[in-house]
Every structure is written in C-alpha cells, then in structure tokens.
Design a protein around this ligand. Structure first.
Ligand SMILES: *Cc1c(COP(=O)(O)O)cnc(C)c1O
Length: 428
C-alpha cells in the first residue's frame, strides 16, 4: 500500500502539533513507521488520504459500535447543529439522554455529563473522596482511567506500597494517595486495605480491563472487591468508559451482576462526539454541586451536539434487543478464525475476549494482569501490525490495546481479516 500523502501530512503536522498528533498512541511509536491519516469512514471501513481502504478494528477506540457515519447519529447531529451549537444553559435533550441512560444501566439514579472519559474518572474519584471523607484510592496496574494526575501513577519500589508518578508533572503529593494493586489479585487488594486502614475512599477498576489488551476479571474477583468495599466503607468505582453500552445495555455491572457505587462512561455514550459521564445512586450524586459540596463543572458539558449524538446512539442500542449477542457472535467467530490460522502457522499466542472486546497476545501464557500482558513478544506484534495494515486491516498500533468489533462488520469482512492473519502469520 502507498502512504505518500499520509507521510506528507504527518511531516506537516509534526511542525505545529507535538509529535504530529493530539493523542500519543496515534503516532505509531509502539510499532514504528508513520501514522495513517484518515480522510473519511463509512460503516466498517476507513478510507485514508492515499485512497486505501482499511477494515477498522479500532473504531475511534470504541465509540463507533455501530460503524462509522451511522445515519441516525449523523442526522441527529446535523439537525441539532442548525439550531445552535452551545448555550451554557439547560436543554431538554440533556434530561432525555439522562433518563435513557438511567433506564438502561442498573443501580444508578442520576448521571452527570462531562466531555471525556478522563473527566468522568477524575470527577468520580473526587466525588468518592468528598463523600467518604477519605483521601487514598486503589487502582490496578495496567488499567487506564484517563490522564488526570491521580491515575498517572506506577507501582513504587517494594510490594506496591504507594505509587510514584509515571509522568513528570505529577507530584509526589498526588502519587502518595494512589495505591497500585495487581489485577485479578484479591490478596494484594486485601493487603493494601490492611496497610492503609480507614484511609481508602475508593477502588477504581476497569471491570473488564481493555487498556492492557483485553483482560477479563477472574471468577469471583469483582464480587470479592464488592465485599471488601462493603466491609471497609470504600466506594467501588467501575470505569466503564470502554465497557459501558458495549458489553451489555447495562455494561459490566449487568454482565457480571455486580453493583458498583459510581460508574464512569465515555466512548459509546457520546456516539463519536466528546462525551463522558459519571453516575451513581441519589445519595452519592446529591453530594455534587450545586446541591452538594463537591465541585464539578464544564462550559461545554451536556453540549447539544454531543447529547444529540449520544442520545441517537443509546436509542439504537436500547431498541435493538439482539445487538450485544450479534456483536459477541461476530467476535467469537473472529477469535476462532484467528486462533485456527495462527495454530496452523505455529504462532505462539493467547487470545482474550469478552463480548465485542478481543486482543491477541504473542505469548503462550495466560494473560491475567499487567505483568502477563507485558510478556507478549512486541517484535512479533510490530510485524503483525504492519503486515495487517498492508493487507488492509487496521488494528490498534500498540500491543496493549483491545480490538473493538462493530456491528457494521460483515462475516465477509471477518473472513477477509482471518485470511489476512493467515498471510501475515507466514511472515512472523
Ligand atoms: C478511553 C478510556 C478513558 C479515557 O477516556 P478519554 O475520553 O480518552 O479521556 C478512561 N477509562 C477507560 C477505561 C478508557 O478506556
């Protein structure tokens, strides 16, 4: 494939945008080479600036669950735009999407809309701290909750005592309040709670991790977290920015039948526009300004275009009773096909999958946490990524990302993809 125009556009972008991109993973640093510039997209396909067609398995990192340029969503945005794009005053559509979200997701009474998943998680943790009157949080290594300071923390030396900043600009003061635990390791969480008795406001988790590849929670892990939180007066925050409105109507709470205290949303809930949200039962949400003491605000929060896109998207998902089964079936088919051709080509691998989230790791051991996720062979992944791109299949340019299956993918697209894996596997 030819990437002449993409390369030229990237060179131009690098002069005026740091690294040429507005979000780091887009720059292909994890796989080498130059990023592909998109011109337009429709359904399951991206069309780049050089005229190549790519089957898309990123889907804007999750939001485009029904495919690109989905008509009802696009039309809703166009119609809203004609009536003004932002007012900084309440609008009816905010209540409409809030009512729908509250009806779809178990265990929430109220929802507050923000502009990104980052904002949702940042605000959820502030609310948890304000509500409980405690400072520390536990997060899991390999889980991503956006780029706010409290979450840009890595495990400190020793057995995860307290965190240290993993980006300059994050202070030690902030880092000391974030404790790092290993995903799927309940004993580790118990130890942290013991060592910080009475100090932990919340445990925040991706109920299915999607930012170290796809890593499902083990059998009773989420239930055990729930029990620990109940026993120690800790709020359980489910970061469902990726899993919300994707794994089921009610997200991972519904799929695993576990109640979270605060739930964060992003990605699908905005239908491709910048939207995040956090939600909880009344008791907790009423702790927010203007009725409660915890401050949180946003000039463009609940923006009419974003709400129109989100409402159209949620309506589609709410009205299509088969959607989540259909997505899961397609993902299973892809999983089985890829596993078959990788086995035929003797490529060592592990595939993880939950619903419409799937990831391929080039290592034979089970991938259950950040440590096992990083064991995969990154050189193999790089070759795999570029090979697939060359075959016209676009997967995330990093070994630590989940692939997202959209309803726009046909079984012919999936067969094409499996065949592409077969071709690429011979070069690995
Ligand atoms: C993408 C993501 C975020 C951050 O959302 P942004 O909209 O990129 O700020 C937070 N948590 C999870 C689980 C995510 O996947």
């Amino acid at each position: 494939m030819i990437y002449k125009r993409s390369s030229a556009l990237f060179a131009q972008a690098e002069k005026v945008i740091p690294g040429g991109v507005n979000s780091p993973v887009r720059a292909f640093k994890g796989v080498g080479g130059m990023p592909v510039f998109v011109k337009e997209a429709k359904g399951a396909y991206l069309y780049d600036e050089d005229g190549n067609r790519l089957i898309d398995y990123i889907n804007s990192w999750g939001p485009m669950i029904l495919g690109h340029a989905y008509k009802p969503v696009v039309n809703a945005v166009i119609e809203k735009a004609k009536k003004g794009t932002s007012f900084g005053m309440p609008t009816e559509i905010e209540t409409q999407i809030a009512e729908l979200a509250v009806s779809m997701v178990p265990n929430i009474d109220k929802i507050r809309f923000v502009n990104s998943g980052t904002e949702a998680c940042m605000s959820a943790v502030r609310l948890a701290r304000g509500f409980t009157g405690k400072d520390k949080i536990i997060k899991f290594a390999g889980c991503y909750h956006g780029h706010s300071d409290s979450f840009l923390i890595q495990a400190g030396s020793g057995a995860s005592t307290f965190g240290t900043p993993n980006s300059p600009g994050v202070t030690q003061g902030t880092a000391k309040d974030t404790l790092l635990a290993n995903y799927n390791d309940i004993e580790n969480v118990k130890q942290l709670i013991e060592a910080n008795k009475g100090a932990i406001a919340s445990i925040i988790i991706e109920p299915v991790a999607g930012n170290m590849g796809c890593v499902p929670p083990k059998n009773d892990f989420l239930k055990e977290l729930r029990d620990l939180c109940d026993a120690h007066d800790i709020l359980l925050v489910f970061d469902e920015v990726m899993t919300g409105f994707r794994l089921a109507k009610g997200g991972a709470q519904e799929l695993y039948n576990i109640k979270a205290d605060i739930v964060c949303f992003g990605k699908v809930i905005g239908g491709g526009l910048p939207v995040g949200a956090f939600a909880a039962r009344n008791e907790i949400m009423n702790y927010l300004a203007p009725i409660g003491p915890v401050y949180q605000a946003g000039t463009l929060s609940g923006n009419p275009l974003a709400m129109a896109a989100g409402l159209a998207m949620l309506n589609e998902l709410n009205n299509d009773v088969e959607i989540f089964n259909r997505l899961a079936d397609k993902t299973k088919y892809l999983h089985e096909g890829i596993a078959r051709v990788l086995n035929e080509n003797n490529i060592v691998h592990t595939i993880n999958r939950v619903g419409s989230m799937i990831s391929v790791h080039f290592d034979e051991s089970e991938v259950v946490d950040f440590e096992t996720a990083t064991k995969g062979n990154n050189d193999t992944f790089k070759k795999f990524f570029h090979g697939m791109l060359n075959q016209g299949v676009y997967i995330a340019p990093s070994a630590f990302e989940t692939w997202f299956i959209t309803d726009a993918l046909t079984y012919a697209d999936l067969d094409f993809t499996i065949q592409a894996v077969n071709v690429v596997a011979k070069t690995l």
